[in-house]
Ligand binder design. Structure first.
Ligand code: FES
Ligand SMILES: [Fe+2]
Length: 346
């Protein structure tokens, strides 16, 4: 399977981890069990007991350990077996422990060589907006999708799809926008601008001048671990961006397998920031559009593709697809470099 191993993946929102029970999730093809070991501290191990491979995520959490519910072996956060009702505590009973960092309410897990797990490599910028906004100005969520992470990343590097797929979000500006993108060693930034066009429908309620013409813009930051930040805004023609409406949405696509994805999202805004009712309604509306529009479309696309990679099917592409094709190329080159790194014994 082609995953980058030496990287941090968003595994689960901390708020979604049970208080006193283990939690199983497959991240980039690896079965993991997570459990809380303190405030804002989480442990992750391979989710398979060394005795007869029962999942530890069906076990229990006791005294900071996770214990297998089949025959009672217990494991510490470092993977060492610390309880064995059936014999001595042998080193060979140890299981793999994954480096974990909790940041911005997200549990990040490192699937690569532990000696390379530098927390500075977490793509900070993607959830940074949640640090400064009041809790009534952003929503978070999780979805499981039967479509691969690359299809989701293509989708975000193509904000123009909103004009067709999301009647609530798109207003025609992004299809007509000028696009520029900058590729760096391990990220890609896309900028879209359409001046003097209508405000998108979602920004209009509550605006003083919803029928004005506006300067529309979007910026997408793509990271190879599937963490994408999209900022979308519009402001009355000629006014600075800060005077208009701005939304920040983190769409984090953590691969489960090559054709299934954990979709973790957070969406914030600079208007109606103290309106809890608006926030609750937006949470429902956004989730509905992700589930019924994006996920439904991408699951359909994946069903058509089966196990094939989109680019191997020789699709008929347009200039609007340049950014996503470049991101895929960068991803493939990073996978190759990462695999070479794994050849080094550690
Ligand atoms: S399978 Fe876990 S203790 Fe037997
Ligand atoms: Fe979408």
């Amino acid at each position: 399977m082609a995953f980058i191993k030496n990287c941090w993946y968003a595994a689960v929102w901390l708020a979604d981890l049970p208080e006193r029970a283990p939690f199983g999730r497959i991240v980039a093809g690896e079965r993991m069990v997570f459990w809380r070991i303190g405030e804002d501290k989480v442990a992750a191990l391979t989710d398979a007991c060394p005795h007869r491979k029962a999942p530890l995520s069906l076990g229990v959490v006791q005294d900071g350990q996770v214990a297998c519910r089949y025959h009672g072996l217990g494991f510490a956060p470092d993977g060492k077996c610390v309880t064995n009702p059936h014999g001595p505590l042998q080193e060979s009973l140890a299981i793999r422990a994954y480096p974990v960092e909790v940041r911005d309410g997200m549990v990040w897990v490192w699937t690569g060589r532990a000696d390379k797990a530098d927390p500075a490599l977490i793509p900070e910028e993607v959830l940074a907006f949640t640090r400064t906004l009041p809790v009534t100005a952003y929503v978070t969520g999780y979805l499981h999708a039967r479509a691969g992470h690359k299809l989701f990343e293509d989708n975000l590097l193509d904000p123009g799809h909103a004009d067709f797929l999301h009647p609530f979000l798109g207003g025609g500006a992004m299809t007509r926008a000028t696009r520029t993108f900058v590729k760096s060693e391990n990220s890609l930034r896309l900028t879209m601008i359409k001046d003097a066009w209508a405000y998108p429908p979602m920004f209009r309620p509550g605006m003083r001048d919803p029928d004005d013409v506006a300067d529309n813009w979007a910026e997408v930051l793509w990271n190879p671990n599937g963490a994408v930040l999209i900022r979308i805004g519009a402001t009355s023609v000629g006014r600075p961006r800060e005077q208009g409406v701005i939304t920040w949405t983190a769409h984090i696509f953590t691969p489960e397998s090559e054709t299934t994805t954990h979709y973790l999202y957070a969406s914030g805004r600079n208007y109606n920031m103290d309106d809890a009712d608006y926030n609750a309604a937006l949470a429902i509306g956004l989730r509905a559009s992700f589930v019924n529009e994006d996920v439904a479309m991408l699951e359909g696309q994946q069903a058509v593709l089966g196990d094939a990679d989109l680019l191997d099917t020789k699709p008929h592409l347009f200039p609007m697809d340049n950014a996503s094709v470049q991101a895929r190329r960068l991803f493939d080159s990073l996978v190759a470099a990462d695999q070479a790194d794994w050849m080094v014994p550690n």
